[in-house]
Design a binder for this molecule. Structure first.
Ligand SMILES: Cc1ncc(COP(=O)(O)O)c(C=O)c1O
Length: 212
């Protein structure tokens, strides 16, 4: 068989041990064994994300959870900060779902600054903020530590962070930063095959979903 080497940001290299495990016989998806497997994944993801928040596993790629998050958490209006293609995707997902959203596109090559975020939030118009942690399309990592200081001044706003190409490669302390929905995909730094995405979800975000 021809071995393909991928020189793309993801899917990344999957270790042969992982591929071999995928070739083992199925277990029932409604068995205790499957529940235990899911509990283990949850525990490990909570450790990796430095969070006590609930973990959601989705049989979609990360885009599915981005769509679910902006659609389910926005009651009033979302503000999407984009520094490249994946930031803009979040805005497009909002629009396609009929969710009211504004888009702030940064000048090409520049990161989202905390003062820009604050400028929008202090208008009081928004109840969700969507930010890309690492914008794969241009190679920009946004300053989440500084942005977190601003977000803490607006505790009623739900903060969603796209960590698809960073989580597992960069340290993201979800609880300390106060990120409400932290989304990642299996095929990047987690070095698993594509088709699964994971998110931590705060109680504040869950309460918002229940209002919808
Ligand atoms: C920063 C970022 N966000 C979102 C996505 C979309 O993720 P997925 O391909 O898992 O839907 C990608 C994929 O490359 C990405 O790099």
């Amino acid at each position: 068989m021809e071995i393909k080497k991928l020189f793309i940001p993801g899917p990344t290299y999957v270790h042969p041990d992982v591929l071999a495990k995928m070739g083992t016989p199925m277990i029932g998806h409604r068995t205790k064994e499957a529940s235990e497997l899911q509990r283990n994944i949850t525990r490990k993801m909570q450790q990796l994300m430095f969070t006590e928040n609930k973990i959601v596993l989705s049989t979609s790629s990360g885009t599915g959870l981005m769509e679910g998050a902006i659609r389910s958490a926005t009651q009033k209006k979302a503000i999407v900060f984009s520094v490249g293609a994946f930031g803009k995707r979040w805005y497009e997902l909002a629009r396609l779902n009929g969710i009211d959203a504004d888009l702030h596109e940064e000048i090409s090559g520049h990161a989202t600054l905390p003062e820009t975020v604050e400028g929008y939030l202090k208008t009081g118009k928004y109840d969700t903020v969507a930010i890309t942690h690492n914008e794969t399309s241009v190679g920009i990592m946004n300053p989440v530590e500084a942005i977190a200081i601003v977000m803490k001044k607006y505790p009623e706003v739900v903060w969603m962070l796209d960590c698809v190409s960073s989580l597992g490669g960069a340290k993201i302390e979800v609880d300390r930063l106060g990120v409400d929905i932290c989304i990642t995909s299996s095929q990047k730094a987690l070095a698993l095959p594509p088709g699964l995405s994971l998110a931590s979800v705060s109680q504040k975000a869950i309460d918002r979903f229940l209002l919808m």
